[in-house]
Design a protein around this ligand. Sequence first.
Ligand code: ZN
Ligand code: ZN
Length: 138
Amino acid sequence: MEEQTLNAIRGLGHRLTGPRRGVVREMARASAPVTARALHAALADGGTDLATVYRTLHWLVELGMARPVVTGGAEHFELVSPDGHSHHLHCDDCGSLRTVSLCGLDRAVLDRIEREFGFQVAHHRLTFHGRCAGCRAE
Ligand SMILES: [Zn+2]
Ligand SMILES: [Zn+2]
């Protein structure tokens, strides 16, 4: 994911500065969408300030490499995966957010949407709401 994104950015003719690389690296490493503050904390050693992290995130969104995931609280960001899926588990108790690769949408559903509405689906978002394992154990 990290290399794919960096190559795509290079392909568009953009320079890859230290902070840009750092933000992409940390986003690729995370198992869930991240906030600008969390990224800033993860990059603390590199001397990248919070304003630069915000600027870099919005720049990635403009390029179509990242997207915001709104959860009702702080805005989280994730890299756009090549297959266009965006699936998350959101715990309504603790607010945790986790990325999952499971998808219940098969081709038949997309075909039906196209037949009934004349709408061609390019990508979709799916958020499951409920209680996470940690909250259920309490
Ligand atoms: Zn929870
Ligand atoms: Zn999916």
